[in-house]
Design a binder for this molecule. Structure first.
Ligand SMILES: C[S@@+](CC[C@H](N)C(=O)[O-])C[C@H]1O[C@@H](n2cnc3c(N)ncnc32)[C@H](O)[C@@H]1O
Length: 222
């Protein structure tokens, strides 16, 4: 199982192949974000895709916004659609920034692309490293769903992937839906500020339940 999942984690080729075909829609909670982050803050959008949320942040008046993504085509589309944005290609392990560079990091719909506990921990650890003490981590991602279609596919792939909620999409990507208990352990080194459930539409057009988590870094790379 471990080996199989390890190779499945390297799915950037999938995201690259859909970069010009899929649109994402997890919403930024503008009121809450503006109440916690100043316009001068240094903000990183990790897994920014084609720069949708970076563009919104710039339009809202945030002055220092950087987006990074491991998919060359996502970054290419972002630079084409929004040439003024600060978007960069990264490899999926290390961020090219010093410790304590950012006041806020967004992680929107990225955990879903990173199925294993270990890889999710690594991403959150790397984010902790680049966040200043008291910096904000803002996660938006999909919850485990309760409808028959989703429960059927969680069951179908439960043996293959071991973690309930990981499944393979018909077009090949392996994705994960999350229970809140897991998100609380993933973020246990942050001070939780807010945790809301919201309704979203998935990139394939299905209504879905999601969560938004906001937490403050306790400092250090944890
Ligand atoms: C569902 S899209 C969401 C994009 C964007 N955050 C949004 O909400 O519009 C997920 C993005 O995460 C990127 N991604 C997946 N795994 C990654 C990793 N390990 N490191 C960096 N980016 C990753 C994908 O290339 C893709 O662009």
């Amino acid at each position: 199982m471990g080996l199989k999942l390890h190779s499945l984690n390297n799915q950037i080729r999938y995201w690259d192949s859909v970069a010009y075909r899929k649109n994402f829609s997890h919403p930024l909670n503008v009121r809450l974000f503006q109440s916690m982050v100043s316009p001068e803050a240094h903000i990183l959008d990790y897994g920014c895709g084609y720069g949708r949320t970076c563009q919104q942040l710039v339009e809202l008046g945030f002055k220092n916004v950087i987006g990074v993504d491991a998919s060359p085509s996502m970054i290419e589309r972002g630079k084409h659609d929004h040439p003024h944005l600060n978007l960069h290609l990264i490899d999926d392990s290390e961020l090219p920034y010093s410790n304590e560079t950012f006041d806020a990091v967004l992680l929107f719909s990225v955990l879903t692309c990173i199925p294993t506990n270990l890889r999710q921990f690594r991403v959150v650890h790397e984010i902790s490293r680049v966040l200043r003490p008291n910096g904000l981590l803002y996660i938006s991602d999909l919850l485990l769903q309760n409808d028959t279609r989703n429960r059927w596919r969680y069951d179908e792939f439960a043996d293959e992937f071991d973690i309930y909620g990981i499944f393979r999409l018909p077009d090949g990507a392996v994705v994960r839906h999350h229970d809140l208990e897991w998100i609380e352990s993933l973020t246990s080194n942050f001070l939780q500020m807010a945790l809301h459930e919201i309704d979203v539409t998935t990139m394939n057009g299905h209504p879905a339940k999601a969560f938004q988590y906001l937490g403050r870094s306790k400092g250090g790379s944890q």
